[in-house]
Design a protein around this ligand. Structure first.
Ligand code: PLP
Length: 429
């Protein structure tokens, strides 16, 4: 295949974003009828396409999937099969990533609980596990446990990116060691015989437009400079991990992230390490959302339609317990009616509300929808990342079922939780 035909086939068969309108409406209706609602539908073929696009844009980078975006077994197995590594935020994620077949795992120890360190160090005896520390006393805690393996030092880059203050980690002192302390922490780790591999930084979540790209460029350049300083001190570093945060267009009007521009900007900014244009270190990225967001939708049924002086309240059977992002971050998710005659209905402004007793429990407000009627199905887009993963059982609401689409077939990956499940951890009274 010539490069021309390769890129045109990517453009046709593997678009940079899958919009809600591209999901097969009749199939979603059938799945909702068969499995009930609320229901997550995850398209594993789309996950593979996203992995493929990342690999093409960053052919020389170490790519690790940030497991916290979606840790369901069928998703992890799909991503492990593409050859990516796993970036884990807790011991539970490390266990699940290894179970799913990832053979390279990195644990990012943010204020790590003792139980998590115990478990990860145990697993590291038999598996290829690296650890990223974000505080120098984590070195003591790892040394006490007899571990001195592959180590990264997380640096607080002092720059943040993201769609909401609550997802900007790059300026929050909780994350990473301050930039001016990085060289000292790396030196200390090297002296204590840890196998120091490099620096790590993550600015936050949601790089999408040109401003975000500038922030990202600044972060990568800063990491490059810090690495150069440390290498000058005679410590050999081989990798710079510049985080995840690759955004997806939650708004239908937003353009998709230009992965190639991001890749070029990243490599150029890192290439400044010694002015030669050759970074001299390997690049690492750890996207979560980008791999799974547009591979998932949440299907929900309309319970109630209520006219009020302010708006039409559309009460649906999915709420903040199923998809927390709107309540937590004021996140926008596209919503469309799956009704057969939706195209012929008038559109109207609505509030799409869940069944939880909290005023934050709305999936959308002021949203134009094809006039809904009781019993209609609605689909909520870009629900594959931080959707099921953040689901909880507040109000004693069981969590939804998850169905996977895989090579034309559908199968249940996670069964619907039951009310009996909710009490199964209670000790007999
Ligand atoms: C959450 C997280 C990521 C992934 O962020 P996305 O926005 O999902 O790409 C990557 N790295 C670290 C350290 C994280 O905490």
């Amino acid at each position: 295949m010539t490069p021309e035909t390769a890129s045109s086939s990517v453009a046709v068969g593997n678009p940079p974003v899958r919009r809600l309108a591209a999901w097969p409406v009749a199939d979603l209706r059938d799945l909702a009828t068969e499995h009930g609602t609320p229901l997550y539908v995850l398209d594993l073929d789309r996950v593979r396409e996203n992995a493929d696009r990342l690999r093409r844009a960053f052919p020389d980078a170490e790519i690790e999937y940030a497991v916290k975006a979606n840790a369901i077994g069928c998703v992890l197995e799909t991503i492990a099969d593409t050859g990516l590594g796993a970036e884990c935020a807790a011991a539970g994620e490390v266990v699940r990533a290894l179970d799913a077949g990832f053979d390279r795992v990195r644990y990012t120890a943010v204020n790590p609980p003792a139980r998590d360190l115990d478990r990860v160090v145990d697993l590291a005896a038999e598996h290829d596990i690296a650890i990223t520390i974000g505080a120098s006393d984590t070195l003591d805690r790892l040394a006490e446990r007899g571990w001195a393996g592959e180590l990264f030092v997380r640096v607080n880059p002092g720059v943040g990116a993201g769609h909401h203050a609550k997802v900007r980690t790059g300026t929050d002192p909780k994350f990473g060691v301050p930039g001016e302390r990085a060289a000292a922490v790396v030196s200390e780790a090297a002296e204590r015989a840890f196998d120091v591999r490099g620096l790590h930084a993550h600015a936050g979540s949601g790089i999408l437009d040109a401003d975000d790209l500038d922030t990202h460029r600044a972060l990568v350049a800063r990491m490059g400079e810090l690495t150069a300083e440390i290498v000058d001190r005679g410590i050999d570093l081989d990798t710079v991990i510049v985080g995840g945060g690759f955004g997806v267009p939650y708004r239908e009007s937003a353009s998709p992230l230009d992965l190639d521009s991001l890749a070029t900007a990243t490599c150029e900014a890192l290439g400044g390490v010694d002015g030669s244009g050759d970074p001299g270190v390997k690049l690492g990225i750890e996207p979560g959302r980008y791999l799974v967001a547009d591979a998932g939708v949440l299907v929900t049924r309309v319970n109630t339609v209520k006219e009020t002086p302010e708006t039409t309240v559309v009460g649906v059977d999915a709420g903040m317990t199923d998809l927390l992002r709107p309540a937590l971050y004021d996140a926008h998710h596209a919503i469309r009616s799956l009704a057969r005659d939706a195209g012929e209905r008038e559109t109207m402004s609505t509030a799409v509300a869940g069944p939880v007793c909290e005023s934050a429990d709305a999936l959308a407000r002021g949203r134009e929808l094809a006039a809904p009627t009781r019993g209609d199905l609605l689909a909520v887009g870009n629900a594959g990342a931080y959707g099921y993963e953040m689901a909880n059982t507040y109000n004693s609401r069981p969590r939804p079922a998850v169905v996977a689409l895989d090579d034309g077939e559908s199968r249940v990956c996670v069964r619907r939780e039951t009310i009996d499940d909710l009490t199964r951890l209670e000790v007999e009274r």
